[in-house]
Design a protein around this ligand. Sequence first.
Ligand code: 26Q
Length: 768
Amino acid sequence: MKFEREVFLKETEGILASEYACDFSTAGKKELYNAVSKAVMRMVYPDWKATREKERKRCAYFSAEFLMGRAIFNNLLDLGILDEVSSALSSIKEDIDLFEEVEDAALGNGGLGRLAACYLESAATKNLPLDGYGIRYRYGLFRQTFENGYQHEEGDDWLRWGDPWSVKREEDAVVVTFADQKVLAVPYDMPVFGYKNGVVNTLRLWSSEPVRPFDFNAFNEMKGESKAQDNFNATKITDVLYPNDNTMVGKILRLRQQYFLASASLQDILKKLKAAGKPLSALSSFYTFQLNDTHPVIAIPELLRLLEGEGMPFEEAFRIASQCFNFTNHTIMAEALEKWDSLAIADLLPEVYEEIAACQRRLESEGADPAKFYIIRDNTVHMANLAIYVSAKVNGVAEIHTNILKRETFRDWYERSPEKFVNITNGITPRRWLLLNNPALAALIDSKIGDGWHTDLKELKKLKPLIPELLPDFKRIKSENKKKLSEYIKMHDGVEIPPEFIFDVQVKRLHEYKRQLLNALSVLYFYFGIKDGTVKNFPPTAFLFGAKAAPGYFLAKAVIKFINEIAALVNSDEEVSKYMRVVFVANYNVSYAEKIVCAADVSEQISMAGMEASGTGNMKFMLNGTVTLGTLDGANVEICEEAGRANNYIFGATVEEVEAVKRFYCPREIVEQNPALKRALGTLADGTFEDGTGMLSKLYESIVGGHSPDRYLVLYDFADYIRVKEGLLRDYGSDEYFKKCLINLASAGKFSADRSVSDYARLVWKIK
Ligand code: 26Q
């Protein structure tokens, strides 16, 4: 992109004048942000138009979540004008860092949503025609605060700063029909820039609006109540993102959101196909669809319904659907696999339910064993089964995960159609997760091996022979990043973290299976050990946590409270705080992740083996030169394959051991045999901490009480975790340790999302 400072500043000032009636000397931050962004939007329009008009088979990525984060720095980086815009702003005495206050677009919960965002950027960079289709939630993932250590949630008003990166396209609005209401789906398009290549793909987010302008008179007089009620409810559909991660909630509004997304997107696509003069029977030559977990799977019966509505017989519609759809599974947890009450679907979407029932009948007519193969059973619709039955390809997100899908979760389906199942290991975009978040390290790499790695991450392996000479600069950069993070935490969370401490980090959604509790117990173990002298020469370490708990997830919230109590205990202890600090940062999000990932010394990836489908945070830390302290779960397994197990710190039961252990597991025995563990765990129930709501004692019960205590083997893995963690902390600081960090960095090539989307394009989408 050609960038001319004078032209750019003139455009920006023109927008300030016409839209905000101000100029550079009087504009506020918000006005400046919008004008700068819109000036860039003007510059990129020709490329956006050109990319859109190219005729070729496209993939539509259907996802209820796109966790985009903050757009402006990333967009400028991808366009290759970040430094230029920054210096243009300096020339008018403005600092580009003021855009650090702009809200993240947090239209996702965690891994699944962030993955979708990385894939859009990588596809644009690889010039693959991938369009995102999602929901423009008015409020994204809640903002988290702590009060007395308890999590509180506030609405996420992400549009507060405006939305200069979206274009509303009224002319493409479509009507979505439910049994009890009709709503208008209005698309907002966001450009997705490829890295310095002139490609601009599109993320289309649907917003719900009343079909008719709101009828105030009818509303006031309460006449025609149902009509006014329609209008009243319409916007509600896209009001807010459900804050659940890896847990299904059976709320009808969630089903409405899913259908709203599916129907609007498919109507849009069929309309475009028709307008281009193509027959619907040729749909699969022009489109392929990726279903991001079960959330958009209702698109399958919706496509059948729409095609039959055009006069196509069911069998032909089914054949087309089975060529177009593909399905990604992101979790094996039973509580996350979506199931809907048949009556609920039939009530809300009678025609859609008929199509699901027709799929069930078709499956039965194939003579499949009904005990193994069903879509509807016991008045419940199993969305994953529907997806597998109809899809051309089904994929897991890491080798170990795909193997579990084949061997266990979907075993029968796999044996019936083994050719459907493929593995596509997740990836992350190296633009946001190294170039943008760690510019000093990126520049160091550039100076050694050139910049080919920006778009071909495997080139990082050229660093391997250079590791000894990289050490001093690498250490300096890491320590500068730690200093910056320490200042930010002080400002944002009010906790003092000495930058020379080891930064041991666990950031991710809060879930029992991710075992933040295991980490917390280890912190208490060290704390009491330092106090009573059994832990000697402890290397000064800061334990950093960041996580949001779903608002209704009681035990997850208890873990947050527990860790906040531990932090207060440790940080206020004059003796021990010389060796340890603990902080739970508030409102962890994509922008916070960018600051943390470049400053971490230890990446905690400690889920119970078999539970974390892949993880992608693990890859972000690896790419920034951080060793993993983890279990053999998800992509950790492949990280060890790439970087060598000896260069990471692996502990705990393997998937096979987990299976075996569970059969005779007795957590109470483990506690009795380990006094230090008993002491740490006891704090949940012995009054050490304020527990007015009783949540800590409930957490205690979940580990040692009831009939299936400690479902995620926290206690079973505790001793091995401590052994390996202590070893790691003692290794820290030596050249050997920093070499391990750099070997990880140099081995991260496989985990580029560029590789992942290329795999999808070749194995699943069949697009170029
Ligand atoms: C379902 C129904 C109703 C409400 C919410 C949901 C829901 C929402 C989000 C269910 C699951 C999710 C998110 C799942 C998720 O993020 N999974 C993660 O996906 C990552 C990308 O593949 C993996 O790396 C992680 O291992 C996996 O946990």
